[in-house]
Design a protein. Structure first.
Length: 365
Protein backbone atom coordinates (compact mmCIF):
# COMPACT_ATOMS: atom_id res chain seq x y z
CA UNK A 1 0.00 0.00 0.00
CA UNK A 2 2.79 2.40 0.88
CA UNK A 3 4.47 1.70 -2.46
CA UNK A 4 1.21 2.25 -4.30
CA UNK A 5 0.55 5.49 -2.42
CA UNK A 6 4.08 6.70 -3.22
CA UNK A 7 3.66 5.87 -6.88
CA UNK A 8 0.31 7.69 -7.02
CA UNK A 9 1.84 10.77 -5.38
CA UNK A 10 4.76 10.77 -7.87
CA UNK A 11 2.38 10.46 -10.79
CA UNK A 12 0.26 13.32 -9.44
CA UNK A 13 3.33 15.54 -8.99
CA UNK A 14 4.60 14.70 -12.50
CA UNK A 15 1.23 15.56 -14.00
CA UNK A 16 1.27 18.89 -12.14
CA UNK A 17 4.75 19.62 -13.44
CA UNK A 18 3.66 18.96 -17.03
CA UNK A 19 0.62 21.16 -16.57
CA UNK A 20 2.84 23.89 -15.12
CA UNK A 21 5.25 23.70 -18.06
CA UNK A 22 2.38 23.82 -20.52
CA UNK A 23 0.81 26.88 -18.86
CA UNK A 24 4.13 28.81 -18.74
CA UNK A 25 4.88 28.19 -22.43
CA UNK A 26 1.53 29.43 -23.76
CA UNK A 27 1.85 33.04 -22.49
CA UNK A 28 5.50 33.19 -23.73
CA UNK A 29 4.38 32.16 -27.20
CA UNK A 30 1.59 34.70 -27.07
CA UNK A 31 4.01 37.45 -25.97
CA UNK A 32 6.40 36.51 -28.79
CA UNK A 33 3.61 36.62 -31.34
CA UNK A 34 2.44 39.98 -30.02
CA UNK A 35 6.00 41.33 -30.22
CA UNK A 36 6.36 40.11 -33.80
CA UNK A 37 3.03 41.68 -34.76
CA UNK A 38 4.03 44.98 -33.13
CA UNK A 39 7.37 44.97 -34.94
CA UNK A 40 5.63 44.28 -38.24
CA UNK A 41 3.18 47.11 -37.63
CA UNK A 42 6.05 49.48 -36.68
CA UNK A 43 7.99 48.51 -39.80
CA UNK A 44 4.94 49.11 -41.96
CA UNK A 45 4.36 52.49 -40.31
CA UNK A 46 8.06 53.37 -40.81
CA UNK A 47 7.85 52.47 -44.50
CA UNK A 48 4.71 54.58 -44.88
CA UNK A 49 6.37 57.49 -43.08
CA UNK A 50 9.52 57.17 -45.17
CA UNK A 51 7.52 57.11 -48.39
CA UNK A 52 5.49 60.11 -47.23
CA UNK A 53 8.68 61.97 -46.28
CA UNK A 54 10.25 61.19 -49.63
CA UNK A 55 7.17 62.49 -51.41
CA UNK A 56 7.28 65.65 -49.26
CA UNK A 57 10.96 66.26 -50.07
CA UNK A 58 10.38 65.76 -53.78
CA UNK A 59 7.47 68.17 -53.73
CA UNK A 60 9.14 70.85 -51.60
CA UNK A 61 12.39 70.64 -53.57
CA UNK A 62 10.79 71.78 -56.84
CA UNK A 63 13.26 74.46 -58.03
CA UNK A 64 10.41 76.68 -59.20
CA UNK A 65 9.29 77.04 -55.57
CA UNK A 66 12.57 78.66 -54.46
CA UNK A 67 13.59 82.27 -55.04
CA UNK A 68 17.36 82.66 -55.27
CA UNK A 69 19.06 85.99 -56.05
CA UNK A 70 22.70 86.53 -57.02
CA UNK A 71 24.28 89.89 -56.07
CA UNK A 72 27.38 90.49 -58.19
CA UNK A 73 30.23 92.97 -57.59
CA UNK A 74 29.57 95.42 -60.40
CA UNK A 75 28.59 95.79 -64.05
CA UNK A 76 31.41 94.69 -66.36
CA UNK A 77 32.29 91.95 -68.85
CA UNK A 78 33.25 89.50 -66.10
CA UNK A 79 29.91 89.70 -64.34
CA UNK A 80 27.98 89.93 -67.60
CA UNK A 81 29.28 86.41 -68.21
CA UNK A 82 28.18 85.38 -64.72
CA UNK A 83 24.67 86.57 -65.55
CA UNK A 84 24.77 84.26 -68.59
CA UNK A 85 25.45 81.29 -66.31
CA UNK A 86 22.65 82.17 -63.90
CA UNK A 87 20.22 82.50 -66.79
CA UNK A 88 21.32 79.10 -68.08
CA UNK A 89 20.67 77.58 -64.64
CA UNK A 90 17.12 78.89 -64.78
CA UNK A 91 16.60 77.32 -68.21
CA UNK A 92 18.11 73.99 -67.16
CA UNK A 93 16.33 73.54 -63.83
CA UNK A 94 13.36 75.94 -63.67
CA UNK A 95 14.86 77.53 -60.55
CA UNK A 96 13.40 80.96 -59.72
CA UNK A 97 16.80 82.67 -59.88
CA UNK A 98 17.84 86.19 -60.88
CA UNK A 99 20.77 88.62 -60.68
CA UNK A 100 21.04 92.03 -59.00
CA UNK A 101 23.79 94.41 -60.16
CA UNK A 102 24.93 97.21 -57.79
CA UNK A 103 24.93 100.77 -59.10
CA UNK A 104 28.51 101.16 -57.85
CA UNK A 105 31.19 98.55 -57.17
CA UNK A 106 31.30 98.84 -53.39
CA UNK A 107 30.00 97.17 -50.25
CA UNK A 108 27.39 99.87 -49.55
CA UNK A 109 25.56 99.18 -52.80
CA UNK A 110 25.59 95.43 -52.17
CA UNK A 111 24.29 95.93 -48.62
CA UNK A 112 21.40 98.06 -49.89
CA UNK A 113 20.38 95.31 -52.32
CA UNK A 114 20.66 92.62 -49.64
CA UNK A 115 18.53 94.63 -47.20
CA UNK A 116 15.79 94.83 -49.83
CA UNK A 117 16.01 91.08 -50.48
CA UNK A 118 15.73 90.38 -46.75
CA UNK A 119 12.56 92.50 -46.65
CA UNK A 120 11.19 90.51 -49.59
CA UNK A 121 11.85 87.23 -47.75
CA UNK A 122 13.67 85.45 -50.57
CA UNK A 123 14.80 81.87 -49.97
CA UNK A 124 18.50 82.41 -50.70
CA UNK A 125 20.95 85.22 -51.38
CA UNK A 126 24.17 84.57 -53.29
CA UNK A 127 26.79 87.32 -53.25
CA UNK A 128 30.26 88.01 -54.63
CA UNK A 129 31.40 90.54 -52.00
CA UNK A 130 33.42 93.63 -52.78
CA UNK A 131 34.34 93.73 -49.08
CA UNK A 132 33.42 90.46 -47.32
CA UNK A 133 33.93 91.75 -43.77
CA UNK A 134 31.74 94.79 -44.39
CA UNK A 135 28.88 92.50 -45.46
CA UNK A 136 29.00 90.25 -42.38
CA UNK A 137 26.34 92.12 -40.31
CA UNK A 138 23.91 92.03 -43.25
CA UNK A 139 24.71 88.37 -43.90
CA UNK A 140 23.94 87.57 -40.25
CA UNK A 141 20.68 89.52 -40.48
CA UNK A 142 19.64 87.51 -43.54
CA UNK A 143 20.40 84.20 -41.89
CA UNK A 144 18.53 85.19 -38.73
CA UNK A 145 15.54 85.79 -41.01
CA UNK A 146 15.84 82.21 -42.27
CA UNK A 147 17.46 83.11 -45.58
CA UNK A 148 20.26 80.92 -46.91
CA UNK A 149 23.41 82.91 -47.78
CA UNK A 150 26.04 81.51 -50.16
CA UNK A 151 29.14 83.48 -51.17
CA UNK A 152 31.68 83.24 -53.97
CA UNK A 153 35.21 84.68 -53.70
CA UNK A 154 34.91 85.03 -49.92
CA UNK A 155 36.51 82.00 -48.21
CA UNK A 156 37.67 84.08 -45.22
CA UNK A 157 34.09 84.57 -44.07
CA UNK A 158 32.96 81.00 -44.74
CA UNK A 159 32.11 80.54 -41.06
CA UNK A 160 29.58 83.38 -41.31
CA UNK A 161 27.56 81.96 -44.22
CA UNK A 162 25.78 78.74 -45.10
CA UNK A 163 28.45 77.95 -47.71
CA UNK A 164 31.19 79.56 -49.78
CA UNK A 165 31.76 78.23 -53.30
CA UNK A 166 35.20 78.54 -54.91
CA UNK A 167 36.43 77.54 -58.36
CA UNK A 168 39.68 76.22 -56.86
CA UNK A 169 41.98 76.53 -53.85
CA UNK A 170 43.02 80.18 -53.98
CA UNK A 171 46.65 79.63 -52.96
CA UNK A 172 47.15 77.22 -55.85
CA UNK A 173 45.60 79.67 -58.30
CA UNK A 174 47.80 82.48 -56.97
CA UNK A 175 50.89 80.37 -57.55
CA UNK A 176 49.94 80.20 -61.24
CA UNK A 177 50.34 83.99 -61.45
CA UNK A 178 53.84 83.76 -59.95
CA UNK A 179 54.86 80.80 -62.10
CA UNK A 180 53.57 82.36 -65.34
CA UNK A 181 55.21 85.74 -64.67
CA UNK A 182 58.54 84.17 -63.71
CA UNK A 183 58.62 82.13 -66.90
CA UNK A 184 57.72 85.17 -69.02
CA UNK A 185 60.47 87.26 -67.32
CA UNK A 186 63.10 84.54 -67.59
CA UNK A 187 63.30 84.33 -63.81
CA UNK A 188 65.01 87.73 -63.41
CA UNK A 189 64.14 91.37 -62.81
CA UNK A 190 61.79 93.71 -60.95
CA UNK A 191 58.03 93.35 -61.03
CA UNK A 192 54.84 94.84 -59.60
CA UNK A 193 51.45 93.33 -58.79
CA UNK A 194 47.89 94.68 -58.87
CA UNK A 195 44.64 93.86 -57.11
CA UNK A 196 41.22 95.41 -57.60
CA UNK A 197 41.25 96.63 -53.99
CA UNK A 198 43.02 95.81 -50.77
CA UNK A 199 39.73 94.64 -49.22
CA UNK A 200 39.16 92.05 -51.95
CA UNK A 201 39.95 88.81 -50.21
CA UNK A 202 40.62 86.53 -53.16
CA UNK A 203 42.71 89.12 -55.01
CA UNK A 204 44.88 89.53 -51.94
CA UNK A 205 45.19 85.76 -51.49
CA UNK A 206 46.34 85.32 -55.09
CA UNK A 207 48.76 88.23 -54.83
CA UNK A 208 50.33 86.89 -51.65
CA UNK A 209 50.62 83.35 -53.03
CA UNK A 210 52.21 84.65 -56.26
CA UNK A 211 54.83 86.72 -54.43
CA UNK A 212 55.63 83.89 -52.03
CA UNK A 213 56.01 81.45 -54.91
CA UNK A 214 58.43 83.78 -56.69
CA UNK A 215 60.43 84.43 -53.52
CA UNK A 216 60.79 80.71 -52.89
CA UNK A 217 61.76 79.77 -56.44
CA UNK A 218 63.26 82.79 -58.19
CA UNK A 219 65.84 84.62 -56.05
CA UNK A 220 66.76 86.94 -58.92
CA UNK A 221 63.26 88.47 -59.05
CA UNK A 222 62.26 91.44 -56.88
CA UNK A 223 58.82 92.87 -56.09
CA UNK A 224 59.10 96.67 -56.01
CA UNK A 225 56.53 97.15 -53.21
CA UNK A 226 55.39 95.26 -50.12
CA UNK A 227 51.69 95.91 -50.82
CA UNK A 228 50.04 95.47 -54.23
CA UNK A 229 48.88 98.41 -56.31
CA UNK A 230 45.11 98.94 -56.62
CA UNK A 231 43.47 99.38 -60.02
CA UNK A 232 39.97 99.93 -58.62
CA UNK A 233 38.66 97.11 -60.82
CA UNK A 234 38.87 99.34 -63.87
CA UNK A 235 40.93 99.37 -67.06
CA UNK A 236 41.47 103.12 -66.62
CA UNK A 237 42.75 102.59 -63.09
CA UNK A 238 45.23 99.94 -64.23
CA UNK A 239 46.36 102.14 -67.12
CA UNK A 240 46.97 105.25 -65.01
CA UNK A 241 48.68 103.38 -62.18
CA UNK A 242 51.00 101.63 -64.65
CA UNK A 243 52.16 104.97 -66.03
CA UNK A 244 52.99 106.06 -62.47
CA UNK A 245 54.93 102.84 -61.84
CA UNK A 246 56.90 103.20 -65.08
CA UNK A 247 57.92 106.67 -64.01
CA UNK A 248 58.92 105.55 -60.50
CA UNK A 249 60.63 102.32 -61.65
CA UNK A 250 61.90 102.82 -65.22
CA UNK A 251 63.82 99.54 -64.95
CA UNK A 252 60.77 97.41 -64.11
CA UNK A 253 60.61 94.10 -65.99
CA UNK A 254 57.11 92.70 -65.47
CA UNK A 255 53.57 93.09 -64.14
CA UNK A 256 50.81 90.81 -62.92
CA UNK A 257 47.21 91.77 -62.20
CA UNK A 258 44.88 89.77 -59.94
CA UNK A 259 42.02 91.94 -61.14
CA UNK A 260 40.60 91.33 -64.61
CA UNK A 261 41.93 94.68 -65.82
CA UNK A 262 45.35 93.73 -67.18
CA UNK A 263 44.36 95.29 -70.50
CA UNK A 264 44.91 98.67 -68.88
CA UNK A 265 48.52 97.72 -68.11
CA UNK A 266 48.99 96.60 -71.70
CA UNK A 267 47.59 99.88 -73.03
CA UNK A 268 50.01 101.86 -70.90
CA UNK A 269 52.95 99.75 -72.09
CA UNK A 270 51.86 100.16 -75.70
CA UNK A 271 51.87 103.93 -75.25
CA UNK A 272 55.44 103.78 -73.96
CA UNK A 273 56.61 101.32 -76.64
CA UNK A 274 57.37 98.72 -73.96
CA UNK A 275 54.60 96.22 -74.73
CA UNK A 276 56.84 93.55 -76.20
CA UNK A 277 59.66 93.94 -73.68
CA UNK A 278 57.74 93.97 -70.37
CA UNK A 279 55.48 90.92 -69.97
CA UNK A 280 52.05 91.09 -68.34
CA UNK A 281 50.17 88.23 -66.69
CA UNK A 282 46.57 88.95 -65.76
CA UNK A 283 43.26 87.57 -64.64
CA UNK A 284 41.10 88.12 -67.71
CA UNK A 285 38.34 86.77 -69.86
CA UNK A 286 39.53 85.44 -73.22
CA UNK A 287 37.32 87.97 -74.97
CA UNK A 288 38.90 90.80 -72.95
CA UNK A 289 42.48 89.69 -73.51
CA UNK A 290 42.56 88.14 -76.97
CA UNK A 291 43.88 91.27 -78.72
CA UNK A 292 46.63 91.78 -76.14
CA UNK A 293 47.67 88.13 -76.18
CA UNK A 294 47.92 88.12 -79.97
CA UNK A 295 49.88 91.37 -80.23
CA UNK A 296 52.30 90.15 -77.55
CA UNK A 297 51.53 92.81 -74.92
CA UNK A 298 50.04 90.16 -72.59
CA UNK A 299 52.01 86.98 -72.02
CA UNK A 300 49.50 84.88 -70.15
CA UNK A 301 45.83 84.99 -69.09
CA UNK A 302 44.30 83.23 -66.10
CA UNK A 303 40.65 82.80 -65.25
CA UNK A 304 37.77 80.58 -64.37
CA UNK A 305 34.45 80.77 -66.18
CA UNK A 306 32.27 83.36 -64.39
CA UNK A 307 29.18 81.80 -65.94
CA UNK A 308 30.04 78.40 -64.44
CA UNK A 309 30.79 79.92 -61.03
CA UNK A 310 27.46 81.74 -60.99
CA UNK A 311 25.66 78.57 -62.03
CA UNK A 312 27.34 76.46 -59.33
CA UNK A 313 26.89 79.03 -56.56
CA UNK A 314 23.17 79.51 -57.19
CA UNK A 315 22.54 75.79 -57.56
CA UNK A 316 24.30 75.18 -54.24
CA UNK A 317 22.04 77.80 -52.65
CA UNK A 318 18.98 75.96 -53.96
CA UNK A 319 20.23 72.63 -52.58
CA UNK A 320 20.72 74.22 -49.15
CA UNK A 321 17.43 76.12 -49.15
CA UNK A 322 15.53 72.94 -50.10
CA UNK A 323 17.20 70.93 -47.34
CA UNK A 324 19.16 68.66 -49.69
CA UNK A 325 22.54 70.00 -48.58
CA UNK A 326 25.99 70.18 -50.16
CA UNK A 327 28.82 67.84 -49.15
CA UNK A 328 31.99 66.40 -50.61
CA UNK A 329 31.07 64.68 -53.85
CA UNK A 330 27.98 66.79 -54.54
CA UNK A 331 27.45 67.57 -58.23
CA UNK A 332 26.66 71.26 -58.80
CA UNK A 333 25.71 70.41 -62.40
CA UNK A 334 28.31 72.45 -64.28
CA UNK A 335 31.82 71.90 -65.67
CA UNK A 336 34.52 72.04 -63.01
CA UNK A 337 32.06 71.56 -60.14
CA UNK A 338 30.84 68.02 -60.87
CA UNK A 339 32.23 66.67 -57.59
CA UNK A 340 33.06 69.45 -55.14
CA UNK A 341 35.32 69.00 -52.15
CA UNK A 342 33.86 70.59 -49.02
CA UNK A 343 36.30 71.71 -46.32
CA UNK A 344 35.63 74.20 -43.53
CA UNK A 345 32.32 75.20 -45.10
CA UNK A 346 33.94 75.91 -48.47
CA UNK A 347 32.94 73.93 -51.57
CA UNK A 348 35.94 73.74 -53.90
CA UNK A 349 35.61 72.97 -57.58
CA UNK A 350 38.51 72.41 -59.94
CA UNK A 351 38.00 74.97 -62.69
CA UNK A 352 41.16 77.05 -63.39
CA UNK A 353 41.74 78.17 -66.99
CA UNK A 354 45.04 79.23 -68.57
CA UNK A 355 45.30 80.76 -72.01
CA UNK A 356 47.90 82.23 -74.34
CA UNK A 357 47.97 83.55 -77.89
CA UNK A 358 48.01 79.94 -79.10
CA UNK A 359 44.82 78.74 -77.39
CA UNK A 360 42.76 81.86 -76.63
CA UNK A 361 40.52 81.29 -79.66
CA UNK A 362 39.46 77.97 -78.15
CA UNK A 363 37.35 79.89 -75.63
CA UNK A 364 34.14 81.70 -76.49
CA UNK A 365 33.49 83.97 -73.52
Amino acid sequence: MKKMMAMLMCMTMFASMLAGCGSSNQPAAADSAATDNAAAETEAETEDTTEASAEAVDKSADPADYKVVMVVKQSDSWFDDMVTGVEQLQKDTGLNVSVQVPETGDAASQIAIMEDLIAQGVDAICVVPNDPEALVPTIEKAREAGIVVVTHEAPGTADKVDLDVEAFINEEFGQLFGKSLAEAMGGKGKYAGFVGGLTMETHMAWYKAAVEYIEANYPDMECVTEEPYEDGNSVEGAHDKTLEILKAYPDINGFFDCSAQGGGICEALLEKDKATTIPVVSLALPSMSSTYLKDGSMAHGLAWRPADAGYATCYAAYLLASGQGVETGTDLKITGYESVNVENNIAYGFAPLEFTAENVDDYNF
